[in-house]
Design a protein around this ligand. Structure first.
Ligand code: ADP
Ligand code: MG
Length: 261
């Protein structure tokens, strides 16, 4: 795979360090979300996530974490301010175009897994490729490959009730990545798991990140957050950077086109 660093126009110079930074995949600029009823759940949030980052979003219940993730994932739009995903200003895209960008480039993982109970693990994961122009057998092949990647090659024909909690979440992760997204957004992915299965899920997210996927993980698990390279803290809808390692373009980055076609 081609290194993006070798392409013209890569990143931008970082004046503080005199080196080139990895390109932005998500940028919030004074993004504010006020819900109907008047509650401002996110207040002038500024956040830039660069290709290849792995970051934790932490904060107490009700602080605005899911609201932030929904804006980052284009599941919702800001009431004011700006959200850019892979160079697209979400305000400039129709709902249809936004869905296409989301389906192609973003994978989601949620605390409650959201697997279809009547479908096997393979069928659940294959459904992550619907609307990608891939035929039935191609979808099944890719789904089996994704399940093997998360260590569930022996669980293809199991239904969710026949899987442990950790296996269900790993199935949900396989579904999130089967279309090879650039970004994975996980909202409390270990929240419903015991600590051993939670640790396995975290290892998996680290592996995906090491292979080039940009990942943001919401967690209330302080130990997990502390182990990730960057932490963003939210309190009452306000964001504060808590610690990070800046990624430069010299590090390996993911491949693939920058924007949806
Ligand atoms: P967290 O994920 O950190 O628990 P949320 O982003 O879910 O926080 O919620 C932040 C605040 O916004 C909370 O006060 C919550 O009640 C409120 N909220 C979330 N979603 C909605 C909604 N769809 N309509 C109205 N208020 C909402
Ligand atoms: Mg939440």
């Amino acid at each position: 795979t081609a290194r993006r660093a070798e392409e013209p126009g890569f990143g931008e110079p970082d004046p503080a360090h005199g080196k080139h930074l990895a390109p932005e995949v998500i940028a919030l600029r004074a993004a504010t979300k006020t819900y109907a009823g008047g509650l401002t759940a996110l207040d002038h949030a500024d956040l830039t996530i660069r290709q290849g980052e792995l970051l934790a979003i932490v904060g107490p219940s009700g602080s605005g974490k899911s609201t932030l993730l929904n804006l980052m994932g284009t599941l919702d739009r800001p009431t004011s301010g700006r959200v850019e995903v892979l160079g697209h200003d979400v305000a400039a895209l129709s709902d249809r175009r936004l869905s296409a960008v989301r389906a192609r480039w973003i994978g989601f993982v949620f605390q409650q897994f959201f697997l279809a109970p009547h479908l096997t693990a393979l069928e659940n994961v294959a459904n992550g490729l619907l609307y990608h122009g891939i035929g039935h057998s191609g979808r099944r092949d890719r789904a089996a490959e994704a399940l093997r990647r998360v260590g569930l090659g022996h669980r293809l024909d199991h239904r969710p009730h026949e899987l442990s909690g950790g296996e269900r979440q790993r199935t949900a992760i396989a579904r999130a990545v089967v279309a090879r997204p650039r970004i994975v957004l996980a909202d409390e992915p270990t929240g419903a798991l015991d600590s051993a299965s939670g640790a396995a899920v975290v290892d998996l997210l680290r592996d995906l990140n090491a292979q080039g996927t940009t990942i943001a993980v919401i967690t209330h698990d302080q130990a997990l957050a502390a182990a990730l390279p960057r932490r963003v803290r939210i309190l009452d809808g306000r964001i504060r950077e808590d610690g990070r390692t800046v990624l430069s373009a010299a590090q390996p980055a993911g491949s693939g086109p920058e924007a949806a076609s």
